[in-house]
Design a protein around this ligand. Sequence first.
Ligand code: FES
Ligand code: FES
Length: 202
Amino acid sequence: MRYSRRDFLKATAGSGLIALTTGSDGVVAAFAAPPVPIPTPMTKETATFNINGRNYQAEYEARTTLWEVIAVKLGLTGTNRSCNRASCGACSVLLDGTPFYSCHTLAMEAVGKKIFTVEGLGDEKNLHPMQKIGYLYMAADCGFCTPGWEVTAKGLLDKNLNPSVDEVKSALAGHICRCAAYSAIIRTVIDTGKVLRGEAEL
Ligand code: FES
Ligand code: FES
């Protein structure tokens, strides 16, 4: 391709580069395109986070993770951060009903969405059936993974109250239990479905 002097001048002007040109009198002149304005980087923002049906205000930076907002800034410490590598699932929360690893979700991605954490499931005075059944089946040993899979299982049961074992395994595939309580966890989710469907009692 032939590249003309005119093309060169157009390109350098567009990119803001300085171009030199020599006049007939031998004087070298320089000209430059006006600098392109650089957007100001975001430092801090304040937004409303809707967590378990309640609105919270929190300040965050572009790099702040959702876990940092939930657990550190707002003090909802039920959501555990374990690997911090998007591998174990301990930090899972629901965003508009879909599970996300909060350690690898930016806070800004959750603004305007409905966030569900383990605190929304139940508490020591009012346990959710899944928590009662999990306790009976010893589906937790150290308990570090528990808030994560419970929240994901809640998301599954909200969509499908009668999941098969394979569907439970598939939904919980992103969760690692270092204490290997897997069989008790799966039984817990299946039997929680039975209670919520009214086919079993606690
Ligand atoms: S702490 Fe987020 S996936 Fe392990
Ligand atoms: S109960 Fe210990 S990691 Fe699951």
